[in-house]
Write a protein of this length. Structure first.
Length: 310
């Protein structure tokens, strides 16, 4: 039985975007989302009040950036480390619905978040002031190569200092200049991490893994303590030094919208694991939260509907 750990500061690093989706009446609905922000949202929903959850990014000085910051604060997510850059704006994406199929259009090439690691001192101060770090392959993909190295160097420092560093490779070939660049940087991301949380579909498609055990082996060789491989309705496999264990998904009769399944799984897993130190119990809890999330529309499901500690 592990000891219960007192709270700390969870810092998620990446890009939150403005989201436009179609409302039933044909109007466009505005929201805010992005993989690392979604995970921060679910970590916040699942962690008790003695933990703070902060988001690290850069935004602009426009009204939309103001609204995004207000939205984050309203959700209980700390924004003190978000730098605001003159003349910049947040990234934007739109969810298109055609015959029940969703597709996405993105406007993020010049978003403020691409500069999130440009100020290495600010990044270091923020990471040093945190107890747990979270980032993704998308965080790395949007950065200029040199800035991605700055971020990875700071995360490696945090790992060397004994802090948990969690990483979802979230492979998105379209965001990378080449598959080679994606493979190299994702591998470096794993080297900077203690917990790697990939999705098997993506890893099989883009790294050619022929089994979940293969994905675990590949990431474990870079020095992660734990690899948690998500595999949709099949569940998630937790690979540690000791063993590999499949934790089944929760059966869902009617899947409404799988957006954020993996992001919510990650946030809930980390929230539980940080408190109790038991990865299998954390994966079972995360499967319950993800099952609730896919029975609702949208990336961000209200904490009330999740029925968590808060
Ligand atoms: P990603 O969104 O990153 O591709 P997955 O599709 O693997 O991630 O889903 C993450 C988690 O969400 C799974 O491990 C599982 O717990 C849950 N999940 C996803 N799809 C389903 C489903 N159809 N039924 C039940 N649980 C699901």
């Amino acid at each position: 039985m592990q000891e219960e750990v007192l709270g700390g500061r969870f810092l998620s690093i990446g890009e939150c975007m403005v989201e436009l989706s179609q409302a039933d009446d044909g109007h466009l609905r505005k929201g805010f989302a992005g993989d690392t922000f979604n995970t921060a949202w679910y970590a916040r929903a699942c962690l008790p009040a003695d933990w703070s959850v902060d988001y690290f990014t850069t935004l602009g000085d426009d009204a939309m950036s103001d609204e995004m910051v207000a939205f984050m604060r309203g959700a209980g997510i700390g924004t003190a480390d978000i730098r605001r850059l003159r003349g910049k704006t947040p990234g934007l994406y739109m969810i298109n619905l055609k015959n029940g199929e969703r597709s996405f259009s993105y406007w993020r090439d010049s978003s403020a978040a691409r500069l999130l690691a440009a100020d290495g001192d600010a990044l270091r101060a923020s990471i040093e002031a945190s107890d747990v770090l979270y980032f993704s392959g998308i965080t790395l993909a949007i950065l200029p190569r040199e800035d991605a190295y700055t971020l990875l160097a700071e995360l490696r420092r945090a790992k060397a200092a004994g802090k948990p560093v969690a990483f979802d490779p979230n492979l998105r070939p379209r965001l990378w200049s080449s598959l080679d660049a994606m493979h190299t940087m994702i591998t470096d991301g794993a080297r900077a991490s203690t917990v790697v949380m990939p999705s098997f579909d993506d890893e099989a498609a883009h790294f050619g893994d022929d089994s979940i055990a293969g994905t675990i082996r590949r990431y474990r060789q870079y020095g992660a303590d734990m690899v948690v491989v998500k595999n949709g309705p099949e569940g998630a496999t937790v690979g540690t030094d000791a063993n590999e264990t499949l934790v089944p998904a929760v059966k869902v009769d009617k899947v409404v919208d799988t957006t954020s399944a993996g992001d919510s799984f990650n946030g809930a897993f980390l929230a539980h694991y940080l408190q109790h130190g038991d990865p299998l119990a954390a994966a079972a809890f995360a499967a319950e939260i993800a099952a609730k999330v896919i029975q609702e529309y949208g990336a961000l499901v209200s904490p009330k509907k999740l029925n968590t500690a808060r």
